[in-house]
Design a protein around this ligand. Structure first.
Ligand code: ADP
Ligand code: MG
Length: 884
């Protein structure tokens, strides 16, 4: 027997579970042990050895190793071993960096892993999809990716898209009854939900019958290959730049070698020096440090509740010039409270806050009677045409489900209606809510077997469908003037920033076939609900901060234009004279029409998710880098098309999460702003260490080149060059990647996405500092080297120390675009520690006797240090005054 052939009860019995209560914790544990995690095993782990060995695959490193081997054979044991050790340490460092990057990426993947809504111990809980076990009762909604193979026990107009399994992209309508036929393919098992497929419409409940590799998807997955790692644009740019830099470094070192040999240096010595120089000057570690910086930034973002799904988003975030944000839930709390009711042509006011059930109904300051006409029916309809439930947890009421629906339950409770008796009213059929239809309906059968339709939704959608209305004296024909009266009521509520919902019904004839009711027409209008969804407190400040940073905030909502306008004004999103466009107007406009006005528009109201794509495109064609938020299935195309797609961690569907590059754990607009700050900062930090590394390398090459041109001996020996490369390029560069942002990151405009790495004066900074570092190092050598064999080690020690000190001072310069004096040097504690540890290592190499022969160093006195400090601070201090 196959699962699809069994009826739901048999499935429950076989798996020892009831749909009403779900599994018990003990059962879950046992099954978890027995079947393992609900995961597809497709990815192979890269072996640690391979990562380690990869660090040595670089061509110049291999040449260096070969050269040292020769040195060893020729009897230069000390040099050979020293170089070997340094290369090995360097390899370890690269290995750890890569490991760290991999680890944080893996952690990221885990955090953005999908969750499933399951019934356990009688309660609905959200768990990571990987923890689902056989027998779990799972609830799925439109937009969800099905977490495991399910035998459906309930389907509300549920449709799924199973192209991942069957290649068929047309949605499949699902039901929940057993199918007797034998030997059906997956695509014909329409009472099953399959792992990895998407729910495109409706909702359902099912019992898990297969997890992990024991699913239909699992059988296919074993054929799939692992995922490929994507490179971000910046990493690509840097890889290209790296090639140019390698080329330049090779030419320059070749020049050093040629000039040196021409000046009479022994070929072998020059060769080893040249190769060491090449190894030091080639920024082979750059892409790895960039990845580390990106992933460290990503971790900081996680602490601020933003999960980056694509590393490339980190870069793009810094370029964002417009944020298109959903209103409900992102700019507002998504905590709805009914404040006003319109029934029988009268406005009633409701007291109370949030989801608390304390509150009363008032008409003109007088408490409303229990028998106020039609009020009871209206509230009852609101409770019936509803998918939320009200729960008391720790003395506080909470909503499980849609907050809009929840608000209606609270409103009913305030009037004394509490439980909808399920044996009294039966749901015959549900037509689910979606943001495009802007309405939902339920067909209900009461205890006398009388059926009726309840429809609730946006008033402008319901009003044209209503031919009647409910008055104190019963049902009446809706005339144009009556419609006008209701419209006035809607406008009045919307102007007060209330979200409006209309409710209507239609009695169905006894023999009425339910399908006709699906038309949702000839309705009887019952009343209006006006609900408050307070703006999030911190958003106004965030919007202002974005404006200062050259980023425009745009509100997008399905709500009424007037509601949207009122909230936008409150949040300072809509400036005086700013434009509001509605969905109807958007329909009339082509993208090029929209482009003309869109820079003046701050609010889009009564739009459907489909409009979002048009909005994104218009912004992009106007040269903007657009961020777009969304939560529902229909938002996915716009999210994908935007430069930074943002989805909601709490209310978002799997489809939008998968399409997005950023997930907001708290659904909060402020988090977008924080992510942008972080995105800008990470990019600036990457610029900082590129600047630092390249200026250092320029200095190292130039000091050698100048010395050769002046027919001097080598100012630095190969081990010293390699030491500089290891010590100063290692930790201090990493610490720059962790630097705080400059105070004015959010006072500048967004970065132009097309700008090169060296723009905004970075190229000049690198070259100017690099040349000066080369010059002062050479000067220190010439001032101390007297032409004797003895003074050579002395001169080299001074030159080496000057070069290291110049770099360790210069690293502070790299923290600011303006001047080294613009920032407190002790602010970045990592940098201070990194510099201190480099200093200690430097002192060790100079003063610890056993190391002296290895590093060709000698003791230095106070006067030497004075010379060194003056010279080494020149490149930084001089340019600190020019501010260039
Ligand atoms: P937004 O997410 O921008 O608030 P929605 O698409 O959710 O917009 O809602 C648009 C309109 O649909 C609302 O103004 C309201 O009138 C109506 N609506 C929202 N939620 C529900 C619901 N659960 N049932 C019926 N109507 C709803
Ligand atoms: Mg909504």
């Amino acid at each position: 027997m196959n699962w699809y052939q069994l009826d739901a009860e048999t499935v429950e019995q076989k798996l020892h579970v009831t749909t009403g209560a779900g599994l018990k914790a003990k059962q879950v544990d046992k099954r978890r042990k027995e079947f393992g995690a609900n995961k597809l095993l497709t990815e192979k782990e890269v072996s640690r050895w391979l990562i380690f060995l990869k660090q040595f695959q670089d061509f110049m490193v291999l040449v260096l190793l070969a050269a040292t081997l020769i040195a060893g054979v020729l009897g230069e044991y000390v040099d050979a071993i020293a170089i070997m050790v340094i290369v090995l340490v360097n390899g370890f460092l690269g290995y750890f960096q890569e490991q760290k990057a991999e680890k944080s990426l893996a952690k990221l993947k885990e955090m953005s892993a999908p969750v499933a809504s399951v019934m356990r111990e009688g309660e609905w809980v959200k768990i990571p999809s990987g923890d689902v076990v056989v027998g779990d009762v799972v609830r799925i909604n439109s937009g969800d990716r099905i977490p495991a193979d399910l035998r459906l026990t309930k389907s509300n107009s549920m449709e799924t898209e199973e192209s991942a399994l069957t290649g068929e992209s047309l949605p499949v309508m699902k039901h929940a009854s057993a199918i007797r036929k034998d030997g059906l393919d997956a695509q014909d098992q329409v009472n099953m939900g399959f792992m990895g497929t998407l729910v495109t419409r409706g909702s359902g409940v099912g019992i898990v019958v297969g997890t992990g590799m024991n699913t239909v998807m699992g059988q296919i997955a074993s054929l799939m290959t692992g995922t490929t790692k994507t490179i971000t644009p910046l990493e690509r740019k840097l890889a290209e730049l790296g090639k140019i830099l390698i080329f330049a470094a090779l030419i320059l070192t070749a020049l050093v070698v040629v000039v040196g040999v021409y000046q009479g240096h022994p070929i072998y010595n020059m060769f080893l020096a040249g190769v060491s120089l090449a190894v030091a000057a080639i920024p082979e570690g750059l892409p790895a440090i960039v990845t580390v910086a990106l992933s460290l930034g990503v971790q900081r973002m996680i602490r601020k509740k933003a999960i980056v799904r694509k590393l490339s988003a980190v870069e793009t975030l810094g370029c964002a010039s417009v944020i298109c944000s959903d209103k409900t839930g992102t700019l507002t709390e998504n905590q709805m409270t009914v404040k006003e009711l319109y029934v029988n042509g009268k406005h009633l006011y409701v007291t109370g806050n949030g989801y608390s059930v304390q509150g009363d109904y008032f008409l003109n300051d007088k408490k409303v009677d229990r028998d106020f006409p039609n009020l009871n029916s209206m509230l009852l309809y609101g409770m019936l045409c509803n998918n939320a439930s009200l729960q008391l947890r720790k003395g506080k009421y909470n909503i499980d489900g849609d907050p809009t629906d929840g608000a209606l339950l609270v409103a009913a409770r305030k009037f004394g209606l509490s439980h909808v008796l399920h044996d009294q009213y039966k749901v015959v059929k549900e037509i689910p809510f979606d943001s495009t239809r802007k309405r939902m309906s339920m067909i209900i059968e009461d205890e006398n077997k009388m059926r009726f339709l309840i429809t609730k939704g946006a008033p402008e959608v319901l009003l044209p469908r209503s031919d009647f209305y409910l008055s104190e004296d019963g049902r009446k024909m809706m005339r144009t003037t009556d419609k006008q009266t209701v419209e006035n009521a809607i406008n009045g509520m919307a102007q007060n920033a209330l979200r409006t919902i209309a409710i209507a019904m239609k009695p169905l004839p006894d023999d009425g076939d339910a399908d006709a009711a699906v038309l949702e027409n000839e309705l009887t209008f019952v009343g209006l609900y006006g609900m408050m969804d307070p703006p999030r407190k911190e958003v106004k400040a965030a919007v202002n901060e974005c404006r200062e940073a050259g980023i425009k905030t745009v509100m997008i909502t399905g709500d009424h234009e007037k509601t949207a306008r009122a909230i936008a004004e409150n949040l300072n999103i809509l400036p005086a004279g700013g434009m509001v466009l509605n969905g109807y107007q958007l329909n009339q406009m082509s993208i090029s029409d929209l482009r003309e006005v869109i820079d003046d528009v701050s609010v889009f109201a009564r739009v459907t998710p489909e409009h979002k794509l048009k909005i994104v495109k218009a912004y992009q064609e106007n040269g903007h880098v657009a961020a777009m938020t969304g939560d529902g299935v229909n938002d996915a195309p716009a999210i994908k098309a935007s430069d930074i797609g943002i989805s909601m961690g709490r209310t978002g569907t799997d489809v939008t999460k998968e399409a997005s590059s950023l997930i907001l754990m708290d659904d909060n607009f402020t988090t977008i702003k924080d992510a942008i700050i972080e995105g800008r900062n990470i990019y600036e930090n990457i610029r900082k260490f590129i600047r630092y590394l390249l200026a250092s390398n320029v200095g190292e090459i130039l000091v050698m080149l100048f010395a050769m041109l002046l027919a001097l001996p080598l100012p630095l020996v190969p081990v010293q060059i390699l030491w500089v490369n290891l010590v100063t390029d290692g930790l201090p560069a990493m610490a720059l990647g962790l630097d705080q942002s400059e105070d004015d990151v959010m006072k500048r405009g967004p970065r132009n996405p097309r700008e090169g790495i060296f723009s905004r004066g970075l190229g000049f900074k690198i070259v100017s500092r690099g040349i000066l570092i080369g010059v002062i190092t050479l000067a220190s050598f010439m001032l101390t080297y007297q032409g004797t064999e003895e003074s050579l080690v002395y001169g080299q020690t001074v030159a080496f120390t000057t070069l290291v000190m110049a770099q360790l001072i210069h690293v502070f310069d790299c923290r600011s675009e303006k001047s080294v004096f613009a920032r407190n040097p002790f602010q970045n504690i990592y940098l201070v520690l990194a510099v201190l540890s480099s200093l200690i290592l430097l002192l060790g190499v100079i003063y610890w006797e056993p190391l002296q022969p290895i590093f060709h160093t000698t003791f230095l006195g106070i006067r030497d240090w004075m010379l060194i400090l003056v010279l080494s601070s020149l490149p930084t201090v001089l340019f600190g005054f020019t501010k260039k």
